[in-house]
Design a protein. Sequence first.
Length: 107
Amino acid sequence: MLAVARSYAAAHGHFAPPATAVWEGQPIGTWAKNQKQAAKKAAVNAARRAAGGNGRPQHRGAAQGAQGGPASHRRGMVPGMGRRMAARLPALPSPRPRRRPAPRDAG
């Protein structure tokens, strides 16, 4: 894939393909996007290690909601939705208690 990237750069004078670019039958745009993202993640992890961490993000304290659970499990929060967007939504009504049917007589 690196040879394809060099070929693309030689033909275009730069290596900044759009994400949908295909060159010599290879999805060079997707590959370049993934390489850039991996390099950025590696740099962030290296900075965390240099600061004395283990290179992995620490989400425990920040993600705790007011009820003590993860932020995505708070009432009114939809998984995959950002906190800012969820804050704009009205809180979900509390669920109604389920009624159990009366026990039937055995005889």
